[in-house]
Design a protein around this ligand. Structure first.
Ligand code: NAD
Length: 457
């Protein structure tokens, strides 16, 4: 892993360019994609202490018990399109460091079209990472990549040799995989869709907050599971709407390789059409379209899948655009009279990936932290994704499983705990057959006399 992280750093620009070419995000953002994955590789370098078991000597006379964590065997990972480098790196570095072999299924939506590998069309970032892992010395057969779509995924769920599946993607696919693989007795950790909210209190710092909202709402064209999708303005903070619109309007939509691009295209024509439909449904159900990015044209790329920053105001919880994850550069604005009401709005939403509050009040921040049901909470931080020594802790419909990705939970996910109880007796010592249930007491008699003394002094 130490060598692997060194090689990723060496090829950072190449990897980022590949991500931009295949996925469309800006180069700067693609570097972030690789870098956040690299953090997990670095985490794996120092993971040995997380694999340590526990030990208690003399649990009974001459008997010790200890636990060890063993690899599961073959594990698999099924990836989404939006982070072609980071999400594979969430998975296999942790899995192989725990001693497993790994089968990686990248997203079919990020195929390589440049052909630098000359063996056809396939998701390139995963293959480049696998090549680097082999260059770093990962033995042949430890990391395997299989390309494909639903049939391959179903085969992974059904295969008896595969013991655990890590999934990141939409709820439809995630819940299907969770149910199908669990029916085969597999472990599954599934990170899924989201609707991330930010509460803006009237006492928040205006400029810093508006900048944060724009960056979190439109960065990566909104195609991040932790992208901000809804702003809840509390009280007078709703007056900041025009400032928000002004900042969002100034963003530059362009091809990801252009240095001035703030956001690139969405992933496909179908995604673009779906996002347009959800914007329109918002308008038709009474939302105010205060910024419309649907008709944007990028010169030279007239048929590209571009959507400009879009803002819908006066959004209510019953609207389709609010209920559905949009996964595009669309920010929804809603209002609440007070913090209590804002928290209720967010908690009623089925998703629970992330939620943030912008305020200068410690009391408000603490109330929010305590009462909010999202799994990752930001206080004046718009995208609160922790470093990998904490796990990625989505909640409610944003996660299925018991053990989260990376961190302590990630190690527990990829290992089986075993407890060993040992006794070493001198061969000369006498032993008798004893059919009674073994207990930690030296003998039942001494236990009885002991309890007699305690209960009837
Ligand atoms: P997706 O669900 O369409 O695809 C993910 C993977 O599942 C792909 O490899 C695909 O081949 C497979 N798949 C899709 N439908 C399937 C089916 N019916 N049967 C079997 N396999 C199937 O997701 P996507 O569009 O690539 O990614 C976007 C989604 O991922 C969004 O919902 C986003 O919120 C989510 N996401 C979540 C996180 C997180 O950590 N919570 C991170 C990134 C992305």
């Amino acid at each position: 892993m130490l060598k692997f992280q060194e090689l990723i750093r060496r090829d950072m620009d190449k990897l980022a360019l590949n991500v931009t070419t295949e996925q469309g995000k800006t180069l700067k953002d693609a570097q972030g994609d690789v870098f956040r994955g690299l953090e997990v590789v670095e985490h794996a370098c120092g993971m040995a202490t997380l694999q340590m078991g526990e030990y208690v000597s003399d649990v009974s006379s001459g008997i010790d018990t200890y636990s060890i964590r063993e690899p599961l065997g073959v594990c698999a990972g099924i990836c989404p399109f939006n982070f072609p480098a980071m999400i594979p790196l969430w998975m296999f570095p942790v899995a192989v460091t725990c001693g497993n072999t790994f089968i990686l299924k990248p997203s079919e939506k990020v195929p390589e079209r440049v052909g630098c590998h000359n063996i056809g069309i396939f998701p390139g970032a995963s293959v480049m990472l696998a090549e680097l892992a082999m260059e770093a010395g990962l033995p042949e057969g430890v990391l395997n990549i299989v390309h494909g779509t639903h049939d391959i995924v179903n085969a992974i769920c059904d295969d008896d040799d595969i013991k655990a599946i890590s999934f990141v993607g939409s709820n439809v696919a995630g819940m299907h995989i969770y149910a199908r693989a669990a029916a085969k007795g597999k472990r599954v950790q599934a990170n899924m869709g989201a609707k991330n909210h930010a509460v803006v209190m009237p006492d928040a710092s205006v400029d810093a907050t508006v900048n944060a909202l724009v960056a979190a709402g439109f960065g990566a064209a909104g195609q991040r599971c932790m992208a901000l999708s809804t702003v809840v303005f509390v009280g007078d903070s709703k007056l900041w709407e025009s400032k928000l619109v002004e900042h969002a309007k100034a963003l530059k939509v362009n091809v990801g390789t252009e240095p001035d691009a703030d956001l690139g295209p969405v992933i496909s024509k179908q995604a673009k059409e779906r996002i347009h439909r959800l914007i329109q449904s918002g308008v038709e159900s009474g939302a105010r379209l205060v910024l419309d990015g649907r008709n944007i044209v990028v010169p030279g790329y007239e048929s590209g899948n571009f959507i400009g920053p879009t803002i819908l105001s006066d959004v209510t919880a019953n609207m389709e655009c609010y209920k559905e994850e949009i996964f595009g550069p669309v920010l929804l604005l809603t209002e609440a009279d007070n913090l209590e009401e804002a928290i209720n709005i967010i908690n009623e939403n089925k998703y629970g990936n992330g939620a943030s509050i912008f305020t200068t009040s410690g009391v408000a921040a603490r109330k929010f932290q305590t009462e909010i049901e999202a799994g990752q909470v930001g206080i004046n931080v718009p995208i609160p994704v922790p470093l990998p020594f904490f796990s990625f802790t989505g909640n409610k419909a944003s996660f299925a499983g018991d053990l989260n990705f990376y961190g302590k939970a990630g190690v527990n996910f990829y290992t089986q705990i075993k407890t060993v109880t040992q006794q070493w007796k001198d061969s000369a010592s006498k032993s008798k057959i004893n059919l009674a249930m073994p207990t930690s007491q030296k003998s039942l008699d001494s236990y009885k006399s002991c309890s007699t003394i305690v209960l009837h002094p």
